[in-house]
Ligand binder design. Structure first.
Ligand code: UFG
Length: 344
């Protein structure tokens, strides 16, 4: 019998790639998603890629009764992967209560329902945002948590604490919190990828939309930072590599391989790339020229952050595998797919 996993936010960007990898690894997946930032057609695409149609329930994780109903409808769910959250940093500053409600209440509901339905463990989507600007680079899991720069970032910190407090109180659940660095790229099939609502706030969708002619020009936010070329540095992680980390983490929980009931891992490549380096890598790997200009700094940006992924490498046996060139080509192929399908 296949092991059942509930994926909350499973039609979203990282969620959909994770569902593919879970199914390819022999798990049975039940997706819950309210489709607030994704499309139901993603389920068709997952079926096309894997040959298996995941169960899909259009449910909002804020709705305790409805979520309870999903666990009842699919008995024997062993693990939860919780992606369901709002994630736009700027919007969270404008609408903090929306972010606190969406991101915190959905996790609280999940943590209450898991023991009720005998679910063993949860994987939580955390972020390198919890480190703020680290004092030491590359940043390890031991680095201090810095005051959050936005309500969005604060929800990640609070949710990590909620999980720790819940397990410490004796709840019979296990947890792995994955601190993602900057996820980019799309599935090699180009059938799933990132589909931002409106004007993209993140670098890669803005970049590929500019290359496609949807946006006129990419602004590089600042070239006068204390970095070799003056632009900000991030650790860009291929979304399929990131998805695979979830499968390994779920195996670890279900096979009782954890060293502690709550574990945390950085999921990054260990390599920092500047915005300008990334632009040049995009141009050389796709052959597409990009119209960009240097613009003023963006408020609240971290100057430089990249992961020390040694713990994930050694403990999970996970490693980022894809090159940045292949990753950027996958992002471009996805943008071309959106054009061919008339979606964007
Ligand atoms: N950038 C530009 N131009 C753009 C967009 C971004 O130059 O049009 C730059 C940013 O200034 C930054 C880099 O590209 O230096 C990456 O920016 P993103 O917005 O893509 O990513 P961030 O690192 O700011 O944000 C990401 C995730 C958040 C997470 C955050 C941690 O989107 O979910 O990392 O700070 F919380």
């Amino acid at each position: 019998m296949k092991k059942r996993i509930l994926v909350a936010g499973g039609t979203g960007y990282i969620g959909s790639h994770t569902v593919v990898e879970l199914q390819n690894s022999g798990y049975e997946v039940i997706i819950v998603d309210n489709l607030s930032n994704s499309r139901a057609e993603v389920v068709d695409s997952i079926e096309k890629i894997t040959g298996i149609r995941p169960a899909f329930e259009k449910v909002d994780c804020l709705d305790y009764e409805a979520l309870d109903g999903v666990f009842t409808k699919y008995p024997g769910i062993q693990g939860v992967i919780h992606f369901a959250a709002s994630k736009a940093v700027g919007e969270s500053v404008q609408k903090p209560l929306l972010y606190y409600r969406n991101n915190i209440v959905s996790l609280v509901n999940m943590l209450e329902l898991m023991p009720k339905h005998g679910v063993k463990g949860i994987i939580f989507s955390s972020s390198c945002t919890v480190y703020g600007q680290p004092d030491v680079l590359p940043v390890t899991e031991e680095a201090p948590i810095k005051k959050a720069e936005s309500p969005y970032g604060n929800t990640k910190q609070i949710n990590e604490e909620i999980i720790r407090d819940t397990v410490a109180s004796g709840s019979p659940i296990k947890a792995i919190m994955l601190r993602y660095f900057n996820p980019i790229g799309a599935h090699p099939s180009a059938l799933i990828g990132e589909l931002p609502n409106g004007v993209p706030q993140n670098l890669i969708p803005y970049l590929t939309q500019t290359a496609m002619g949807i946006r006129e020009q990419l602004s590089v936010f600042g070239d006068d930072y204390d970095t070799p070329d003056g632009s900000c540095i991030r650790d860009y992680i291929y979304v399929v590599d990131l998805a695979k980390a979830h499968v390994i983490a779920m195996n670890r929980i279900l096979e009782d391989k954890q060293k502690e009931s709550v574990e945390v891992f950085n999921i990054g490549t260990g390599r920092g790339l500047s915005v300008l380096e990334l632009i040049h890598a995009f141009e050389s790997s796709t052959g597409v020229k990009l119209n960009y200009k240097i613009a003023p700094r963006r408020q609240g940006d971290i100057v430089k952050v990249w992961a020390d992924p040694a713990l994930a490498n050694n403990e999970l046996g996970w490693k980022a595998e894809n090159s940045i060139e292949d990753t950027l080509r996958s992002a471009w192929k996805w943008q071309e797919h959106l054009r061919e399908e008339g979606i964007m």
